[in-house]
Design a protein around this ligand. Structure first.
Ligand code: CA
Length: 154
């Protein structure tokens, strides 16, 4: 699995649904014939071409992990952030992209994710075994600060 395709479980479930709806010829991969899906992002063709090149690391087709990388890059482009794999690595959680005619995630996933990680902190403070999510959150916060710092520098 690619580092850049890691997402919270709720987001992965959503992206798996999007993958199924994008895979029009149902061969289990997103090929050139399925790529029209990405036009729902309303990004210019040039940007989508760039995103495809960064997402497709093997064979001209995107598997689920490549597809998630593509969605993250689309989201970054929509936010006005640089389109690069480094940008993905610097964001603890990349929000889902906005896609026309595609339903957003069925609940407020940001709130859900915060609730989960706050729960993990409570567990830590009671002295029980460290919850792995607590570490992820801590690391994410550090990365978030780096990301903010790098934005300021720009
Ligand atoms: Ca396909």
């Amino acid at each position: 699995m690619r580092v850049e395709s890691q997402v919270p479980p709720v987001q992965r479930t959503y992206y798996e649904e999007l993958f199924k709806s994008a895979d029009l010829d149902r061969d289990g991969e997103i090929g050139v014939t399925d790529a029209a899906f990405f036009r729902k992002s309303m990004l210019p063709n040039e940007t989508l071409g760039e995103i495809w090149m960064l997402s497709d690391v093997k064979n001209g087709k995107l598997d689920i992990d490549d597809f998630i990388v593509a969605l993250k890059l689309i989201s970054l482009a929509q936010l006005g952030a640089p389109i690069s794999l480094d940008s993905i690595r610097m964001m603890p959680v990349v929000p889902p992209p906005k896609l026309q005619e595609v339903a957003p995630m069925p609940f407020d996933w940001v709130q859900h994710w915060n609730t989960v990680t706050q729960g993990a902190r409570v567990v830590d403070s009671t002295g029980r075994a460290n919850h792995p999510r607590g570490h992820i959150q801590q690391e994410s916060t550090e990365r978030q600060s780096q990301w903010n710092a790098s934005k300021v520098d720009l």
